[in-house]
Design a protein around this ligand. Structure first.
Ligand SMILES: O=C(O)c1ccccc1NCC(=O)[C@H](O)[C@H](O)COP(=O)(O)O
Length: 212
């Protein structure tokens, strides 16, 4: 089975190009001002223009309003929208408004959290299981927090899905083995500092995924 990988929160041409060259299937651009990975629209457009057609460009949002969605999608350079802290009803609206596939993040700490995945059936195109960040944390994602992957074992997934949260070049093979993920997503595990991707770590992560 081919396992795909999304490198999230890319913000420079050098690291974006490195992720593409090393085999990322998806690249993520964050549109959330409190994040160290936040991109202004113009910057995102410049980066998106560098991405070859076989690599999917994912816009990452936190419960976006229509104005942000419209501004972010008007150039037509996003293929997928990934939304955090967004209700199923709003996910359905976003999909209808933009005509784009939508991935809904489900924040996981304990088994009961997985029940939220089913509420997105008929609304989202994919579930991104991500670790629940601590109460009061600045960000709902991109914090390098992982959850207990055994929670996904035997779980009947209501939709296609991806695994995220605290992955890095050293643990991603084990995460894939334990969960059977067909798509993995990483941000801080391939950074040298918050918001600064490390090319060697990006390459090591993608090599570990490809060897799985
Ligand atoms: O990365 C961010 O700054 C971010 C901000 C707000 C919402 C989501 C965000 N990231 C979403 C992602 O897809 C991350 O890759 C995912 O949460 C995993 O992050 P990490 O645990 O750091 O690998």
């Amino acid at each position: 089975m081919t396992i795909n990988a999304k490198i999230c929160g890319l913000s420079t041409p050098e690291t974006l190009d490195a992720a593409v060259r090393a085999g990322a299937s998806h690249v993520g651009f964050v549109f959330f001002p409190p994040s160290p990975r936040h991109l202004a629209r113009e910057r995102a457009q410049q980066l998106a223009a560098r991405v070859p057609h076989h690599v999917a460009r994912v816009g990452v949002f936190v419960d976006p309003d229509d104005a942000l969605l419209d501004a972010s999608t008007s150039a037509g350079d996003l293929h997928i929208l990934q939304v955090h802290k967004t209700s199923p009803a709003r996910v359905a609206q976003i999909k209808a408004r933009t005509g784009l596939p939508v991935w809904a993040a489900v924040a996981v700490k304990e088994r009961a959290d997985l029940a939220a995945a089913a509420t997105f059936a008929g609304a989202a195109d994919r579930i991104l299981y991500d670790a629940k960040t601590p109460p009061g944390a600045a960000l709902p994602g991109g914090m390098g927090v992982r959850f207990d992957w055994t929670l996904l074992q035997g779980f009947r997934h209501p939709l296609r899905w991806a695994l995220s949260g605290g992955l890095d070049p050293h643990n991603v093979a084990e995460a894939i083995r334990m969960t059977g993920a067909e798509l993995v997503d990483v941000s801080s595990g391939v950074e040298g500092a918050p918001g600064e991707k490390d090319v060697a770590k990006v390459q090591a992560f993608l090599a570990a995924v490809q060897a799985s």
